[in-house]
Ligand binder design. Sequence first.
Ligand SMILES: Cc1cc2nc3c(=O)[nH]c(=O)nc-3n(C[C@H](O)[C@H](O)[C@H](O)COP(=O)(O)O)c2cc1C
Length: 212
Amino acid sequence: MTRRFLFVLGSTRPDGNTELLARRAAAQLSADVEQEWIRLIDDPLPEFSDLRHDSDHVRPPSDTAAGRLLDATLAATDIVIASPLYWYAVSGPVKRYLDHWSGWLRTPGVGFEATLAGRTLWGVTALAHREPGVAAPLVGTLTNSAAYLKMRFGGVLLGNGSAPGDVLQDSAALARAKTFFAQEAPLARFPHETGAAVRQPPRPREEGALTR
Ligand SMILES: Cc1cc2nc3c(=O)[nH]c(=O)nc-3n(C[C@H](O)[C@H](O)[C@H](O)COP(=O)(O)O)c2cc1C
């Protein structure tokens, strides 16, 4: 199957650092790899409503933002979430896109879960903070979402920058971009499946437990 990369751009400004970094990484893809780029702010998704327990889900028409994104998502072998770091997590437009996955998972006839299983999720993010570890919530969101859908996960390409264009000064990020999509993308696993889960503190003794 020919590989087809869908780049989902989640910045709320055009030509930002995240997109610049994603384009540097995409430039290394071979010519036979198809690329589709969608900027979420150009064709905004409607507010998400949780209809899981009270209504049938209907496939969004192909001439709507949701229909276009659903079709593009189903057609991609590789989905690249290119989101700036907003409050340590994905941006609002990306969060809304992921929320819509919940509806698409339950839409009869779409086959969303079966289609995405085995396909690959990647992340690209730009952040102002110098310490990349602060992006852990975003990395966790993407890792766990890939694990939930039994997808492969290629990791997150991080770059530093605040004003648009700053990331082009981050030579380490630009170097990582050159080989990012050539990396192995193993099946995603939740932290509790890899032994990396956060340990819970022991539960305090319940009130009255000794009298039972
Ligand atoms: C609403 C908002 C929240 C942000 N939160 C963070 C943050 O939590 N940590 C951080 O390092 N940078 C944060 N930033 C800075 C952006 O991540 C940074 O400017 C990045 O380069 C923007 O990417 P873009 O140019 O692709 O839009 C935030 C910026 C905005 C507008």
